[in-house]
Ligand binder design. Structure first.
Ligand code: ADP
Length: 268
């Protein structure tokens, strides 16, 4: 698969390769979901994955979160193998500890917000930094307040998730992911479970993050206008392979491949 550079004019923060899939194969039983997949994402780049249901998009994000393990091939994060570790000049399968260490650079927001129901919003956001990263509580609290301001939920800091709308819960989930200071933010259909009137608020928060930070984003979404607005590059998947990639204006405006045309025709 030829690799294209990040699109011209992709914005200032785009730099060195940060994520690299190197001939990654993922099988579930007889089902080959990813078939020798190669791609890279540069630091600061925002990439959207599109394609029909079952084409392997979520599996890519789950592999990055180490919620799944590769069948073959290697995933690299900033020059460090994630799925493997170096041993005597060779790469061997990495254990949970190594993966957890490398994965600290990655945050993920899921379709279902997955907040801790028995904790307040503040506790949801400070739990990870305090317990996993050893950030002092006062500092984690300050950061939680800043992040809640960014997602426009300062007044909900002491609320419990059940007291919030789905859109508000998702904005807390975004703040919680960012509280871990990840270099990479993975977004998996983050608006799909929301009532339509709550989608805009969540997308506005993500637009703000895209505009005001250099965080690398890998995004699976059906929100094509959002993908068009914030992505540097769009990857079109089918059958576990990239069938076409390019800047959003090209993929959405003038796609080359029939499969991309058919997919966009069906969703737009
Ligand atoms: P997409 O996100 O593009 O809809 P997925 O990555 O969710 O696609 O799924 C790709 C394929 O992998 C599907 O055929 C799905 O059934 C299969 N799959 C995903 N997760 C599992 C799993 N845990 N066990 C078995 N099959 C799975």
């Amino acid at each position: 698969m030829p690799q294209s550079d990040p699109s011209p004019g992709a914005g200032s923060g785009v730099g060195e390769p940060l994520i690299r899939f190197d001939r990654v194969v993922k099988r579930f039983g007889d089902n080959t979901v990813l078939d020798h997949l190669d791609f890279t994402v540069a630091a600061g780049e925002r990439v959207t994955l599109i394609g029909p249901s079952g084409s392997g998009k979520t599996t890519i994000l789950r592999l990055l979160m180490t919620l799944e393990q590769v069948t073959d091939g290697v995933i690299w994060i900033g020059g460090e193998p994630l799925s493997h570790m170096r041993k005597g000049g060779r790469l061997v399968r990495a254990g949970e500890r190594h993966q957890r260490q490398v994965r600290k650079q990655i945050g993920m927001v899921f379709q279902q917000f997955n907040l801790f129901p028995n904790m307040t919003v503040r506790q949801n956001i400070t739990e990870g930094p305090v317990h996993s990263l050893g950030v002092p509580k006062a500092e984690a609290n300050r950061r939680a307040e800043e992040l809640l301001e960014m997602v426009d939920l300062s007044d909900k800091i002491d609320a419990h998730p059940t007291q919030l709308s789905g859109g508000q819960q998702q904005r807390v989930a975004i703040a919680r992911a960012l509280a871990m200071s990840p270099k990479i933010l993975l977004l998996d259909e983050v608006t799909s479970a929301l009532d339509p009137e709550l989608v805009t608020g969540v997308l506005d928060v993500l637009r703000t993050i895209a505009e005001t930070t250099d965080i690398t984003m890998l995004c699976v979404t059906h929100e094509m206008q959002f993908a068009r607005d914030v992505s540097h590059r769009v990857l079109m998947f089918d059958g576990g392979r990239i069938v076409e990639e390019g800047p959003p204006e090209k993929i959405f405006g003038d796609p080359t491949e029939d499969r991309t045309k058919a997919f966009l025709h069906a969703v737009l």
